[in-house]
Design a protein around this ligand. Structure first.
Ligand SMILES: Cc1ncc(COP(=O)(O)O)c(C=O)c1O
Length: 481
């Protein structure tokens, strides 16, 4: 929720109070230089003790509510038939309107099961945009991902409210080209993580369904950030201002044949699920659940997390909860724009995203500008963001780099975790870095896993730019900052 101050400014206001806190440390810049060098200029490989503001992701890092914590205390640890499962099942029926539920340990486990059951070698899977783990699973099953976004999607500066929409003309052409039998389903991601947490509209979702349903192609919704997508529909789409988040989610789900999600995001827990009203789809997937995840009533999740998820599914429909990150991201992005920082617009659902190719245009794409910018920001602030660019793309079959469509540094705003002074600190350090952008250079891999290399790959700073940047920072702020 945002509140108007007497001078006319809009401020995102916290509709909660903080009663449990976790201590953080701002390591001095020389320690940060040592830490990022040891981490191979990969922010995933930093340790929490060296991080001041962890803006890597909102995945599993949202602050939980008192009701979620309380629910964890009464969980039922039965191997089979756990009452905790039935509470989650009820919540999914009430909020999503979906009858059949398969709990999994996190989002990619759902993707694994969907790939196993539906994606065959030679298949193509149309989607509004890929997510890293989605692409990995569908490709491991022998499929190819087709990204059918609109021309607005990759414009980092835009006023288009629904950059996550699918291009219907491209979808029609893809079905004509590949044939219905090669398409196991169409996937819509709410909101499109890798291009700035951008939502799709209800109208677009309906159009997609209208096109594919008569051909018998199922629609799968990745609902990991469903409450944020619903919040944007509420804020931006004509006719939805008076509808509740639950009504909007149910309307979205009425179009879906299968819904899956990572519970680490909108639901503020660690887990995931697949849900559907289609008994045949449920029957096709469920035999594999105990093979890969766990028994039907826990599916790899702890019963504590299942209890908390049952509460989280309901709480995410509170307008103030659904909008809590989105409103702070809007404020954060607005403050960065005031400082001439190139930021993805309109602001999206999980983070503010800096456009690395505009921030450091002198760094060529094959020297990984988004990765370099992530490391540079950590060096000058202790803020850990995440590279979402070419490092996040694995090499092709011939070992060549696959340049990403856009190079973004993602600065996530997990729900209810940061305060306004944190946001102002981040704005200040990004502004300082922009003024010293010429000191940032490129990166080169020296250790590189073959799949999802962004998690564990290690790089070196070409020409040793990290040390020079740390020196410039120390000159302005002293050794202890
Ligand atoms: C849109 C989307 N789908 C799937 C996943 C994978 O979920 P998990 O990290 O829980 O495996 C994520 C994770 O961030 C995501 O953002």
């Amino acid at each position: 929720m945002s509140i108007r101050l007497s001078d006319g400014r809009e401020l995102p206001i916290e509709m909660h109070k903080i009663r449990i806190v976790q201590k953080v440390r701002l390591a001095p810049v020389r320690d940060r230089l040592r830490a990022i060098e040891a981490a191979g200029y990969n922010t995933f490989l930093l340790r929490t003790r060296d991080i001041f503001m962890d803006m890597l992701t909102d995945s599993g890092t949202n602050a939980m509510s008192d009701n979620q914590l309380a629910a964890m205390m009464v969980s039922d640890d039965a191997y089979a038939g756990s009452e905790s499962f039935y509470k989650l099942e009820d919540a999914v029926k009430d909020i999503f309107g979906l009858q059949y539920l398969l709990p999994v340990h996190q989002g990619r486990a759902a993707e694994h099961l969907l790939a196993k059951v539906f994606v065959k070698p030679g298949n193509v899977v149309p989607m509004n945009y890929h997510f890293t783990t989605t692409k990995a699973h569908f490709e491991l099953a022998g499929g190819t991902v087709l990204e059918l976004y609109t021309p607005e999607a990759l414009k980092t500066t835009s006023s288009c409210p629904f950059k996550g929409n699918m291009d219907l003309g491209r979808l029609e052409a893809a079905i004509r080209e590949h044939g219905v039998e090669k398409i196991p389903f169409v996937r819509m991601e709410a909101t499109t993580n890798l291009i700035g947490g951008q939502p799709f509209s209800m109208a677009n979702l309906r159009e997609v369904k209208k096109l594919i349903a008569p051909m018998g192609i199922p629609l799968v919704i990745d609902a990991s950030l469903i409450s944020e997508n619903a919040y944007f529909i509420h804020e931006r789409e004509e006719g939805y201002q008076n509808k509740s988040i639950t009504e909007i989610i149910r309307e979205m789900m009425a179009e879906a044949d299968i819904c899956y999600l990572s519970g680490r995001k909108s639901c503020s827990v660690r887990g995931g699920f697949i849900a559907t009203n289609n008994k045949a789809h449920f029957d096709a997937i469920s035999p594999w659940l105990p093979v890969y995840e766990g028994f039907y009533t826990y599916g790899g999740m702890s019963s504590k997390e299942i209890e908390a998820m049952a509460v989280g599914v309901r709480e995410m429909t509170d307008l103030e909860v659904a909008g809590s990150s989105a409103d702070m991201i809007k404020y954060f992005a607005g403050r960065l724009i005031e400082k001439n920082v190139p930021v993805v617009t309109p602001p999206g659902g999980l983070a503010a995203h800096l456009d690395a190719m505009k921030f450091i245009p002198h760094v060529p794409q094959l020297q990984y500008p988004a990765g370099a910018l992530a490391s540079a920001l950590y060096l000058v602030s202790g803020i850990r963001g995440m590279e979402r660019g070419t490092v996040s793309m694995d090499r092709d079959k011939d070992g060549n780099d696959v340049p990403s469509d856009i190079e973004l540094l993602r600065l996530a705003i997990p729900r209810r975790v940061f305060t306004m002074s944190h946001v102002e600190y981040a704005v200040d350090r990004v502004e300082w870095l922009l003024a010293h952008a010429n000191l940032i250079g490129g990166l080169k891999f020296y250790e590189e896993p073959p799949v999802l290399r962004f998690f564990a790959g290690k790089m070196e700073a070409l020409g040793g730019w990290g040390a020079k940047l740390a020196e410039a920072f120390e000159k302005d702020f002293g050794p202890s900052c």
